[in-house]
Design a protein around this ligand. Sequence first.
Ligand code: G6P
Length: 578
Amino acid sequence: MCGIIGLVSKDEFSVRDELLKCLARLEYRGYDSWGYAAYDGAVVKRVGGIGNNTKGITDMKTTVAISHTRWATHGEVTQSNAHPHSNSKKTIFAVHNGIIINNRQIKERLMKKGYKFVSETDSEIIPHYFDYMLSKGKSMKEAICSFISEIEGTFAIVLFRKGDPHLYAIKRDSPLVLGLYDGKGILASDIYAFSDKTNKAVFFDDDEFAVLGMDSYRFYNKSGKLVRKKVCGFEWSREEEKLKHYKHYMIKEIKEQPSASKRLIDSFSTIQKDRLIRFAKLIRMASRVVFVGAGTSYHASLIGVSLLNKLGIESHTIIASEFESFMLVDDKTLVIAISQSGETMDVVTVIKDVLKKGATVASIVNVPYSTIQRYSKLSIEICAGQEVCVASTKTFTNQLITLFAIAAYLGVKEFDLATIPDKIEKTIKTNEGKVRKLARELYRKKDIFVLGKGVSYPMAREIALKLKEIPYIHAEGMMAGELKHGTIALVEKGTPVISLIPNENVDMLSSTREVEARGARSIIISNTDGELHIPKSGDAEFAIYSGIIGHLLSYYIARLKNLPIDKPRNLAKSVTVR
Ligand code: G6P
């Protein structure tokens, strides 16, 4: 949700080849508009994604610059709402990720002092605020301390003053990290922005700020006191980042699953063995387990619940944004957060809240050192490598495998993890052609229903979510048993209904017959028989292979509709606002 970059170096760097290349790596965080500002005050802003949109931009060399890729929250997608924002004199430039809650009050106050605003964003108050504070004789450090104490809301901000060879960075809740390489300091929303250049990073804590010079950096707390920070070396399994022969990252990432899953499974007997054992112990020690997640990660958590319940361990899950109203925790509760990015604000908010209530937090994340991981007592990494497509595919599969590994350690006997990568490969090979054919039949449909039961229920929801996100088809993923309590009224001749039938589940078979009796176009995904056939597996494992088919189906329908598959409209991969 918005990506920001700040770069400062003693040697000049190219805005196009360095700054904007790093920014492009953050585009999955938002692609409504982008822009940059450089040391001498040059500003460029464009609506749309960076993609080929840098054409016509004369490259420039500079030593200090900031840039931003936007996912709109306040104000429409226009050039004037694009970041960076500046004061009227064009001497202070800022990029911001987050939401400033008291922006109206601050704006009114500044307007009374004569400040003029040209955008509808909350972020525009930042350069004006600093202009005002500096005009009152405050130093930049003092102005930042006032800003932190006065501003309500969330922010990762990078700003600079024309002619001042420093970058100033401030953070609360929204992610911000400093990467160090070749005498350069790069501030970014996440490590992927610079993971091709360095694995050395310093992570900001909330209400901290940093001042970066040409060859130095210092961190301060909200009172302006110097803070000693640790330089962390992070591991980030790198897949080949170029698309190569693939048309989209989505299909590339679907096809990376045999290797990504194998990497994860291997880690459970090597580098993550100890974490797995300790994770299982935490579960055993808790009086109850509560999962939390959003989007696809929530679907993974439903499968986690069903696995733990099988073992007699009381467990629940709830979508992060509704946690507060529908879930109780105490100091004996173990809260397990599942998140690809480790940054989803709805989940981070829950974690902060349950920690205050004394609960223990553990997590399953993809991105090392992410906020959620840093708040967790223990965290397992799903080792999926970077996922560029907004829709989660390989990361979802690896979340499920992680849950299987934990469940297996706790005593669930139904899987042989080592066979999963081959079965994934087989699922893709045997079904890709059939799915492409089916996509041609379905791509003009307005509604699709997906039915599941037990562990296949979360998969029905996951497949429906993908059908909405990628080919923009209205889809409903539901508990098959609920069909007859309402939704069946919508089934008529030709309505596509996908049934997920593991191991001849009798209830699923009867729901399927019910829709077929009403003329539905019934599509069966099964591990025994069916139009789309997946390898023999227990019910839980069925989730992985049926998910892959659902993901392929969304992909091929979207291709026929010529849609922007990797960057679907209005979405972002890392949702760092509530
Ligand atoms: C966004 C993404 C989804 C993702 C969800 C949760 O909505 O578009 O693909 O499932 O966030 O993200 P997380 O990083 O917490 O797994």
